[in-house]
Every structure is written in structure tokens, then in C-alpha cells.
Ligand binder design. Structure first.
Ligand code: FES
Length: 169
């Protein structure tokens, strides 16, 4: 009878090492994933957020549209509410402008100042913009209002992440 190539001591050592390693991996992997995964996640490009605005009810008069969505910052999630000024242009295309003034970030309103009808007006320093978001020369804002990419789904307007204004040439 040949002698057993693996001693009882070796067998016990191998078994304990294997089981111990397996258990350690089971504990460490979820911890590692929790710590690293959010940082590795790439924000989905072209992500659109739903609004309550029905596309068919839009006219060529800008309306304020508020919309809320969940945003993840690493592993912290929060609800973000944003606003857009939305209307249909002469071709019937939906235009959605950011209300954030390009001077110092106050919120612009549409037709808010009787002296400047049919313009976006910023109450902080009198910044003004045309309907397509173009900043009016001689007022503080240095650039046009940003715009939201738009799409329609199930009859409702969806808005993407603000981009530099494509309507001002
Ligand atoms: S922040 Fe709008 S004009 Fe200054």
C-alpha cells in the first residue's frame, strides 16, 4: 500500500486556507463594490427627465415648467428640481431655455418687466434676453441663456442636460 501523498496536516491546512479565502472574498467584495462602484459609474449621456408639460398644450408663449428627478452624487442620492422656459417656435419646434442668468446666476422671468415686453428679464441687475435666449447688448449678461435638449414621449415633454444655446447664431 502506497503512502498518502498528502498528509492530514497538509489537507487541513489547504482546506482551511480555501474556506478562509472564500469567506474573506465574500465579505470584502461587497465592501469594495460599495466604495468604488459609484465613482466608476458614468453618467448616462443623453439622459432626459420627464416633465408634466403636455407638448400639445405649448404655444409660442414661453411657460415655466418645473421638473424633478433623482440625482446620484457618488452614493448620495437626492431629488433635484429644475425649471425651464418652454415654448414652440415659428416652425412648431419645442424650445426649452434655462432660467439661469448668464451674468451671476439669478433667475430670469418672461415678460416680467412692463418696460421690456416679450423679453426674458433678470431682476438682479437688469439683464435682458430675446425670446430665443440671446443676451441683449448693453445689459450685463455676456452670453445667451443655455438650452435644454428636448424630446416628446407619450405626449409629454422630456428635457435633457442644459447645453450652450443652439438657437442663437
Ligand atoms: S445676475 Fe442677471 S443680470 Fe446680473
Amino acid at each position: 500500500m502506497s503512502k498518502d501523498p498528502v498528509t492530514r496536516r497538509q489537507f487541513l491546512s489547504y482546506t482551511l486556507t480555501g474556506v478562509g479565502g472564500f469567506m474573506a472574498a465574500g465579505i470584502l467584495m461587497p465592501m469594495l463594490r460599495f466604495a468604488v462602484d459609484p465613482a466608476l459609474k458614468v453618467e448616462a449621456s443623453g439622459q432626459f427627465h420627464a416633465t408634466q408639460q403636455e407638448a400639445s398644450k405649448l404655444t409660442n408663449d414661453p411657460v415655466r415648467v418645473n421638473f424633478t428627478y433623482e440625482e446620484a452624487d457618488g452614493w448620495y442620492k437626492s431629488n433635484v428640481t429644475q425649471t425651464a422656459w418652454v415654448y414652440k417656435d415659428d416652425k412648431g419646434e419645442i424650445v426649452a431655455l434655462s432660467p439661469t442668468c448668464k451674468h451671476l446666476g439669478c433667475t430670469v422671468g418672461w415678460n416680467d418687466n412692463k418696460s421690456f415686453p416679450n423679453q426674458f428679464y433678470c431682476p438682479c441687475h437688469g439683464g435682458r434676453y430675446q425670446k430665443n435666449g440671446k443676451n441683449i447688448p448693453g445689459t450685463p449678461p455676456p452670453k445667451p441663456l443655455d438650452a435644454y435638449p428636448t424630446k416628446i414621449k407619450d405626449g409629454f415633454v422630456y428635457l435633457g442636460k442644459p447645453i450652450p444655446n443652439p438657437y442663437v447664431k
